[in-house]
Structure formats: C-alpha cells, structure tokens
Design a protein around this ligand. Structure first.
Ligand code: ZN
Length: 171
C-alpha cells in the first residue's frame, strides 16, 4: 500500500488559494499550474501541479496526465532558453517511500548545471558524478540542514525567477 505524506493544510492548495507567500505561477492550463519550487536547489527548478488536490500519479485522469507532460515540455523549453542548462531532470514521487513530502501531485522540472550539489534530492543524483562532487565521493548528509536553509531564497527572488522563465515560454 502506498503511504501518503501528511501535510495539513496542503501547501499547494494554500498557494492556489493565495495564502502562501513563497508562491509564484509560471504557466497555467485547464488542469495544471506550473509554479516555482520554493526549494531552489537549482536556480529555476519548478513543478507542474494539478489544480485538483490528488496525491499521486495513480489518481490522475487521462486529461490530467496529458496536460502534465505537455506543461512540463513547455516549461522545459523556457528553462533551456533562460538558463542554457546541461540537462533537464524530471521526476515525480508517489508515497513517502519514494520521497514524496506533499500529498498533492507535483511533477518536478529541473534545469541541471555543472557543479551544483543536489544533496537531499533524488538519491540517483546524490551519487551521480555530474551532481557536483568528485566521482566516488558519497553525499555527506551532515550538511543537509544547512543546505535546506541555503536553498530557501526570498519570496521576491522566487517571483523574479518565475517572471524570467515565464517570459521565455513558447507562444
Ligand atoms: Zn492540495
């Protein structure tokens, strides 16, 4: 059974209701919003979220599935134009055992740059040579608390980042 994380109130629903200070919308569609991720492990990292409060991929309708990927592609194009990244990482967690922290569907879209230390992000990247450490050097979780603080940029910076990406969305 997939165990869901508990977060009450849901931070994404709070954002949609205008009650989240660190909230900036990049793109909108009938079924989804693309928003800046308040945790900027990579500058410009964002998420496509469903307008409906549903937890996982298993809860999505066909239309939502299609729109999520189309929205992810749109913002990926804008990220390439804005940051000229070395790669675009997408990932999505379902259940606490997969690393899901918010019980509201969100699909991560992340522009990857050389030398960034993802740290507490996806484990496959924590050991990946291109994640900013020398090959064979494991991620040291000792600095994760400080890392979590460091990547929390101000609401104003988040809004500026969102504006920049939005200006490069395909017409
Ligand atoms: Zn929600």
């Amino acid at each position: 059974m997939i165990e869901l994380p508990v977060r009450d109130p849901c931070d994404l629903c709070e954002g949609m209701a205008g009650r989240e200070e660190r909230w900036a919308i990049i793109d909108e569609s009938e079924h989804t919003l693309t928003v800046i991720n308040p945790w900027q492990f990579e500058v410009g990292q964002c998420c496509v979220i469903t307008r409906r409060h549903v937890a996982t991929l298993l809860d999505l309708s066909r239309e939502e599935c299609a729109t999520v990927l189309a929205s992810a592609k749109r913002v990926a194009e804008a990220l390439v134009k804005t940051y000229e990244p070395l790669g675009i990482l997408t990932f999505q967690n379902n259940g606490v055992y997969s690393g899901q922290e918010t019980p509201h569907f969100h699909f991560h879209v992340v522009p990857r740059q050389k030398g960034s230390d993802w740290g507490i992000g996806p484990p496959q990247l924590a050991t990946f040579d291109g994640a900013g450490r020398q090959r064979g050097t494991p991620h040291d979780p000792g600095g994760d608390v400080q890392r979590r603080e460091r990547v929390q940029v101000s609401a104003r910076q988040l809004a500026e980042t969102a504006n920049r990406i939005r200006s490069n969305l395909p017409k």
